[in-house]
Design a protein around this ligand. Structure first.
Ligand code: BGC
Ligand code: BGC
Length: 834
């Protein structure tokens, strides 16, 4: 059934379908039947059945489990007969996320060999490797990085999408993987969600118009021909279902919507995915009507498999099975019963393997369901042609490293950048004359990681610099090249302080990289520390210099100040490695006419305030062109209409002040003799503690603590009475990052711990690193949240995410306490977690 055959408005729907039924119950007969193409020929099916009949139960259980390359060896792949491995956002060969391409291919060979030359007592089954190639082969240094999906949504070009899919598949094949966890076909409804940029659009029809083309680009046309014989890989549509509908845009939250909306809005992209024979589907971490999707049999089996006809395999997300009521990371028969065919158990696969095997033997998991799951895994492998493909390094395209970031792929990416730019304002300053003197300012101008966003080389896209992107072009470099080729001159000055008076300035500003829940924000505004380039725009304007604002962002945000200050405003989204595509649109050619016109149109509405449910400034589909000519501009009101400061989640203390609703408290270790710090200087611990202001980054950007030894010791804590749930951050390799400076080394061991509401919060973790940090130097200390969990903390009930305790004396200054990733830390505390 074609998408156009679906009634996309509620018209004609029976009233009872509009009222949400409770508890995730589904009505499959209201969903369309889709013809999933034949992807396995009769001989292939015969092989699948034949293999199945020969496999041991141990082999069968192994086939349905996926481990992360950071937590499994090739030997273990053989020993446990694992069906698949993945590389999570922060994993790479030998523990190196930035490992050179040949190491990825060598590791693919090692896993393959382990799966094929394994004395298991059953038939040999080749392993397959899944990777998050979500905007190009984005885990690999040197690969082409395409714009994130939100930008592609602006381009309104399905043909381009297919070409991107194809180029991405080719680059994946170079390093030996067979499977990408893409495309993300989410239909985000609330852009406070940290994953909104992974979706093409908030409009289901626009998303649906891309999905089939992307699946074809990645996999090739749906047929029984082996995928790996062509320049292709298996795709995955994710995250099934309604990941973009969670309440308040909270990642992994609950979609409190009717079945009708579930089907018409969030289900729409799955129709073309099925029609084009997508090989795999990944279920969402999130819930629908309070029930986790990964445990919802009605959705996974009755709708996806039976009604939409899906013939491939369904995989869970990263330890998502552990979030299902009645399950843990190490055991989850419910997910398998619901219809999941493979469990992504990155670091928990060992226990999961053992429990699943026992559950099958005990009959808790039926042999019929296990056989069905295994058959689906084998069918995908058969369709790939994996049984005939040989070692990864012997396959077509493998090891052809020139194809990573190949000029023809970069050209497609640059075209995508050009087509994705959305012009929101132009009072006539654009196009710029390339023969002019151009100043490039703002903090985002020369930063390829920044313009690439999350899911780039590292999970959060953090901890990188331009040297990690060989062959890529920053926005600044692209502008500089365009200008110098035309005889003009360009100067880069982030703070806008120019040496020679420019004819015009380009100010690049916007969001910094984030992924998943770390990017959730309370309201649609730029974090305060990212707003200073707007002041630069104002100063340049005052000096009579025309200003072009270029915004790097994963989502539309309230930026009326910038829209008012700048003479022209371009939204560049997250353009990726080919920053030259921005300059292509900003400058005129020698004849004075622009070589390209803007064609990007908003993939979702742009807000007039920072409220998610507030008025719209520019509607869905808005975007100016050069053909529209210069525009007059009426100054926009500058009122965000929200009370929060836009700091976002996971920042507890910054620049010397605590974020609401947290408090900074000094007390004895047991909590007695406590002082809540409101002003400095202050004295606590009956005179044993002095707290003053110190400078870091900005004036008084830190608090300095001088604590003397004494009865009851000393504790510095950031707390609040309402428990915060940090379990999802803990599952996601998040660290507590403390930016501090040791002023007087500790005289006794120092520990860090958490406070957990009324429940037990485990053992304090000794942090010997604090005694060895260079005195007088600012350092970022990272403590993995997993360490606190391993020490017994109840991560669902955190009332103090930061607690530093010592029996002795210590002097230190604190400027920031926030959640973040390992790449941001200078020192990472070691702890006994597996
Ligand atoms: C994400 C998925 C991703 C997987 C593997 C999960 O946390 O939600 O989108 O494919 O990890 O990295
Ligand atoms: C992994 C990601 C994964 C995330 C789950 C991270 O540690 O690197 O791939 O998506 O955890 O939240």
């Amino acid at each position: 059934m074609a998408i156009s055959a679906l009634p996309l408005s509620g018209a004609g729907m029976a009233q009872d379908q509009l009222s949400p039924p409770a508890n995730g119950q589904v009505h499959p007969d209201q969903w369309p039947r889709v013809a999933y193409p034949r992807i396995v020929a009769p001989e292939g099916e015969a092989r699948v059945q034949d293999l199945l009949s020969q496999m041991t139960v141990e082999q069968k259980v192994g086939q349905i489990i996926q481990a992360d390359i950071g937590s499994v060896t090739p030997e273990e792949v053989c020993e446990y007969h694992l069906g698949s491995v993945l590389n999570g956002g922060n994993s790479g060969p030998g523990g190196n996320d930035l490992a050179p391409a040949p190491e990825w291919l060598a590791l693919a060979d090692a896993f393959y060999t382990a799966s094929m030359e394994c004395p298991s007592g059953g038939p040999a089954i080749p392993i397959m490797w899944g990777t998050d190639a979500v905007h190009g082969h984005s885990n690999i240094v040197g690969a082409t990085i395409f714009p994130h999906n939100v930008g592609l949504g602006a381009a309104r070009d399905p043909d381009l999408i297919e070409r991107i899919g194809r180029a991405t598949a080719i680059e994946i094949r170079v390093t030996g993987q067979e499977w990408t966890f893409a495309p993300t076909v989410t239909v985000p409804q609330d852009y406070r969600w940290g994953r909104a940029y992974e979706g093409y659009s908030s409009d289901p029809a626009l998303v649906a118009s891309y999905v089939g083309r992307m699946v074809r680009g990645l996999q090739g046309p749906a047929s029984t021909a082996p995928i790996l014989a062509g320049p292709h890989v298996a795709a995955s549509t994710k995250h099934f279902l309604a990941d973009g509908a969670t309440v308040d845009g909270k990642d992994q939250g609950d979609a409190a919507i009717s079945e009708l909306e579930l089907r018409l809005v969030h289900g729409a992209p799955y129709i073309p995915a099925m029609e084009n024979g997508v090989a795999t589907v990944m279920t969402s971490f999130s819930s629908w009507q309070g029930v986790k999707i990964s445990g919802n049999k009605g959705l996974v089996t009755d709708i996806l498999k039976d009604r939409l006809g899906f013939g491939g395999l369904v995989i869970t997300d990263w330890n998502a099975h552990g979030q299902i009521a009645g399950c843990s990371n190490s055991s989850c028969p419910i997910a398998i019963d619901a219809g999941l065919d493979m469990l992504m158990a990155p670091d928990t696969w060992r226990d999961l393997y053992a429990s699943t095997l026992a559950e099958v033997k005990a009959g808790t998991i039926s042999m019929a369901r296990l056989d069905d799951a295994v058959a689906r895994v084998l069918r995908v492998k058969q369709r790939l042609g994996l049984f005939e493909a040989g070692k990864p390094s012997t396959r077509p395209l493998s090891g052809d490293y020139d194809l990573l970031g190949a000029p023809e792929h970069r050209a497609v990416a640059r075209e995508a950048v050009r087509k994705s730019l959305v012009l929101l304002k132009n009072t006539g300053v654009l196009p710029l004359k390339p023969s002019a003197r151009i100043l490039v300012a703002g903090d985002g101008a020369d930063d390829i990681a920044r313009q690439s966003g999350g899911w780039t080389l590292s999970w959060q896209g953090t901890g990188l610099d331009n040297s990690d992107f060989p062959g890529a072009t920053s926005l600044w470099r692209g502008i500089e090249r365009a200008v110098s080729a035309a005889g003009g001159s360009a100067e880069l000055a982030p703070d806008g302080a120019f040496e020679r008076r420019p004819d015009a300035a380009i100010v690049v500003f916007g969001e910094t990289p984030y992924a998943e829940f770390q990017g959730d924000i309370p309201s649609l505004q730029l974090r305060p520390e990212l707003r200073w380039p707007i002041e630069t725009m104002r100063k340049l304007k005052e000096a009579g210099i025309p200003v072009v604002a270029v915004m790097i962002t994963g989502r539309p945000l309230y930026v009326n100040e910038a829209l008012n200050e700048a003479d022209a405003f371009v939204t560049a989204w997250l353009p990726g490695s080919e920053g030259g595509g921005v300059a292509d649109l900003l400058f005129a050619g020698a004849d004075g006419n622009p070589a390209y016109d803007f064609q990007g149109r908003l993939p979702t509405a742009w807000p007039a305030t920072a409220r998610h449910d507030g008025p719209t400034l520019f509607p869905f589909g808005y975007g100016l062109t050069y053909a529209d000519g210069a525009q007059s501009w009426e100054t926009l009101p500058q009122d965000s209409q929200v009370a929060d400061d836009g700091r976002g989640n996971g920042v507890y203390f910054d620049k010397g002040s605590v974020a609401a609703p947290w408090s900074l408290v000094v007390s004895q270790i047991d909590g007695s003799d406590s002082l809540r710090l409101t002003t400095v200087p202050a004295t606590g611990l009956s005179g044993r503690a002095t707290i003053t202001a110190a400078d870091h980054g900005v004036q008084e950007g830190a608090r300095q603590f001088a604590i003397e030894a004494g009865p009851g010791g000393g504790a510095v804590e950031i707390g609040n009475d309402n428990p915060t749930d940090l379990s999802r951050e803990t599952n996601g390799d998040v660290l507590l990052l403390t930016t501090l400076r040791i002023d007087a080394p500790p005289t006794a061991p120092v520990s860090m711990s958490l406070r957990c509401g009324a429940s037990d919060c485990g053992r304090p973790l000794p942090i010997p690193a604090l005694a060895t940090l260079d005195r007088g130097q600012w350092r970022i200390l990272g403590v993995p949240l997993k360490c606190f969990a391993a020490a017994g903390a109840d991560m669902t009930q955190i009332t103090a995410p930061f607690r530093l305790t010592t029996e002795g004396a210590i002097g230190f200054s604190l400027s920031r306490v926030a959640l973040g990733s390992a790449g941001e830390a200078d020192v990472v505390a070691q702890c006994p977690v597996r």
